[in-house]
Design a protein around this ligand. Structure first.
Ligand code: SF4
Ligand code: SF4
Length: 137
C-alpha cells in the first residue's frame, strides 16, 4: 500500500472545521454506525479515519467510502465532534475527481444530468406519470 505522508494534512486543510484532527480513535462512531453493525467486515468509520491518518491514500479506491448512509449517528455520538459525514463527502469528491468512483454512482450522475432521475424510468412509467400530472391539473 502506497502511503502519502501529506494526505491527512491535505484532507484536514480542505475540511471546513478540521475536525478530523480531533479523532483519538476511540471507536464510538463505529459502535453507533448502523452500517458497521450490519457488516463490520465491510465498513468501519474509525478505521477509515485511521487510514487517512496513516496516509493510506488508496482508501479513495475502496468501495468503503461509498457505504456510509450519511445518517450522522457517528457525529452525534463522537466525544470529539468529528464530522465524519463531511470527511466522507470530501473523500468521495476526491475519488470521483481521480476517476475511482464505482460504476453505479457514476451511472446515476449521468442519468440525473440526462433525465433528471437517478434511476432509469421506463417509457410506460413516464407516460403514466404524464397522465397523472394531467389529471392533477
Ligand atoms: S467517535 Fe470520534 S473520536 Fe472516536 S474514533 Fe470515531 S471519530 Fe474518532
Ligand atoms: S454517517 Fe455514515 S459512518 Fe456515520 S453512523 Fe451514519 S452510516 Fe455510519
Amino acid at each position: 500500500m502506497r502511503l502519502n505522508p501529506y494526505f491527512k494534512e491535505e484532507i484536514s486543510r480542505e475540511l471546513k472545521d478540521h475536525s478530523i484532527l480531533m479523532c483519538y480513535q476511540c471507536g464510538k462512531c463505529s459502535s453507533f454506525c448502523p452500517v458497521f453493525n450490519l457488516s463490520p467486515e465491510k465498513f468501519n468509520p474509525r478505521k477509515l479515519i485511521e487510514m487517512v491518518y496513516i496516509g493510506a491514500e488508496d482508501v479513495l479506491k475502496t468501495e468503503d467510502i461509498w457505504r456510509c448512509t450519511t445518517c450522522y449517528e457517528c457525529f452525534e455520538n463522537c466525544p470529539q465532534k468529528v464530522n465524519f459525514v463531511e470527511i466522507i463527502f470530501l473523500l468521495r469528491t476526491k475519488a470521483t475527481e481521480r476517476g475511482y468512483a464505482p460504476k453505479i454512482p457514476m451511472q446515476e450522475l449521468v442519468l440525473v444530468r440526462k433525465e433528471g432521475f437517478s434511476v432509469q424510468i421506463s417509457p410506460r412509467a413516464k407516460k403514466w406519470r404524464e397522465e397523472v400530472i394531467k389529471i392533477g391539473g
